[in-house]
Design a protein around this ligand. Sequence first.
Ligand SMILES: [Zn+2]
Length: 68
Amino acid sequence: MMTVQCCKCKRVRNGALWVAPDPAPEGPVSHTYCPSCYLESCLEFFSAEASRACSASAAALSQIIQDV
Ligand SMILES: [Zn+2]
């Protein structure tokens, strides 16, 4: 049976639950994110995107101001 393990917190999926790997998973392991790490990664991604977008628009804005 394929073990599904979170690549971030290392918990393994046991049905609907994400539990500590005890014992350590044997055989093939598929890496993914558990729901909480997935959400965390999404938030990290979007906050990184948001700050990038902000600095890009700030640069664009200062360019517009200089052009005027
Ligand atoms: Zn996780």
